[in-house]
Design a protein around this ligand. Structure first.
Ligand SMILES: NC(=O)c1ccc[n+]([C@@H]2O[C@H](COP(=O)([O-])OP(=O)(O)OC[C@H]3O[C@@H](n4cnc5c(N)ncnc54)[C@H](OP(=O)(O)O)[C@@H]3O)[C@@H](O)[C@H]2O)c1
Length: 290
């Protein structure tokens, strides 16, 4: 079995490449020099370059603030590229597993978002990812759209790395305390993506559709920072005092949803996947980074 992975150098892609894949399964992860997601021709050529059995679409324009001023590239990478992947995989009769985001939601719900809740992105990144979702749904019925959130790992740019870096120089760090979400460890997401991809590739009747996949539990950024510093301090690493601030105190080019918590019941029922609590996963990543 040959599986094509986009975004193989990202946080999630790196974990997917690091997993043990069953004998007979080869993961192909072309870099940006071979596969440019902003170039429709490059995307189509790559899918057609061999007889793949499944495609995992994890590559994305993830710079949420930068996207506000770079709408065309964000839409090319986050909406048009998934549209082409969906069309090409449908033509080849193979499944597409596409990673999407909590930022498709507006953030004004009281409670965790379910898969069928109405979307309403508040920024360019979220809108472009929502465009990608629609294209995937429309073009290839054999798809799984896995929405995730607040992804962290020992690789790439993420909140855990930023907090540990800042704490090396500062005693006190101001962190937003009025945005609520679900921290997610890339390795747990990668295991789930692998499971769903193999199921869809092996069984034409495996559950398709949109699923939420985040670690169990919720946090604010300030609460997440406190947990990171507690885990770090317990290992003799840097820590700082967290000063809770509001979103209004920390203006950014892109608006963010105040609540982007995701309910994960559906993937539990469909695939038996129940990711561990984020607090249980945190120490592993902090340890790797120290
Ligand atoms: N990070 C989060 O907090 C978060 C939250 C919700 C959903 N998600 C979704 O989860 C998925 C994986 O995110 P991640 O955290 O692994 O992202 P990431 O670490 O930012 O990695 C993004 C990946 O996309 C690739 N990429 C971007 N533009 C490209 C282009 N024009 N051509 C080819 N490759 C390109 C990058 O390649 P280079 O290394 O060459 O730049 C990299 O491999 C994405 O679909 C994202 O939207 C992420």
């Amino acid at each position: 079995m040959d599986v094509l992975l986009t975004g193989g150098s990202g946080q999630v892609g790196t974990e997917l490449r690091g997993l043990a894949w069953p004998d007979g399964v080869t993961l192909h992860a072309p870099g940006r020099n071979e596969l440019d997601l902003a170039d429709p021709g490059s995307v189509a050529r790559t899918v057609a370059s061999r007889r793949f059995d499944a495609v995992i679409s994890s590559g994305a324009y993830t710079a949420v603030d930068k996207a506000e001023g770079d709408v065309a590239t964000a839409w090319a990478v986050n909406a048009l590229a998934p549209a082409i992947l969906a069309a090409e995989t449908a033509k080849a009769g193979i499944p597409l597993v596409h990673v999407s985001t909590d930022y498709v939601f507006p953030g004004d719900k009281d409670g965790a978002y379910r898969e069928d809740d109405p979307v309403g992105p508040r920024n360019v990144y979220g809108a472009s990812k929502e465009g990608g979702e629609q294209a995937v749904r429309t073009a290839n019925p054999r798809h799984a759209i896995l929405r995730t959130a607040w992804v962290v790992s020992p690789h790439g740019a993420n909140f855990v790395k930023t907090m540990l870096r800042l704490a090396r120089d500062r005693d006190e760090i101001r962190v937003v305390a009025d945005q609520h979400g679900c921290p997610t460890f890339a390795v747990d997401l990668a295991r789930a993506i692998q499971h769903v991809t193999l199921a869809l590739a092996r069984d034409g009747n495996a559950p398709a559709g949109t699923f939420h996949l985040v670690n169990d539990g919720e946090a604010t950024w300030a609460g997440f920072a406190e947990a990171i510093f507690a885990a770090s301090a317990a290992r003799g690493g840097p820590s700082a005092r967290v000063v809770p601030i509001t979103t209004a105190d920390y203006p950014t080019p892109a608006r963010r949803p105040a609540n982007s918590r995701l309910a994960t019941n559906r993937i539990g029922e469909a695939y038996g996947l129940r990711p561990r609590p984020w607090r249980a996963a945190l120490d592993e990543t902090v340890a790797a980074l120290l």
